[in-house]
Write a protein that binds this ligand. Structure first.
Ligand code: ZN
Length: 95
């Protein structure tokens, strides 16, 4: 597997999603449409993807809500124009 690293600005992020550890399904939601959050369960196999609930500050669901809030707000603010995420680009070679 070859791997490269590149930078993506907050404004270039198109969507955020889940990769189900059980069935491998991938869900993506456009960042502009995250007003209802991401589903806490896989809709294919019902695997729990984020534990807890919004009222618990230490739950996975609450941490995710805070992250999504940060993403949305940073895109609206001046500092967000310079905010970048370094991400790996993995290319699998199939034989
Ligand atoms: Zn699943």
């Amino acid at each position: 597997m070859a791997e490269n690293v590149f930078l993506v600005s907050a404004h270039e992020l198109l969507s955020i999603g889940w990769h189900c550890p059980h069935c491998g399904a991938i869900y993506t939601v456009p960042i502009e449409r995250l007003d209802r959050g991401l589903p806490p369960h896989c809709s294919n196999c019902n695997e729990v993807l984020a534990k807890g609930h919004s009222q618990d500050d230490n739950s996975d669901v609450r941490m995710l809500e805070k992250f999504l809030f940060f993403l949305r707000i940073s895109r609206e603010r001046e500092f967000g124009k310079n905010l970048c995420f370094q991400v790996p680009l993995k290319i699998e070679k199939r034989t």
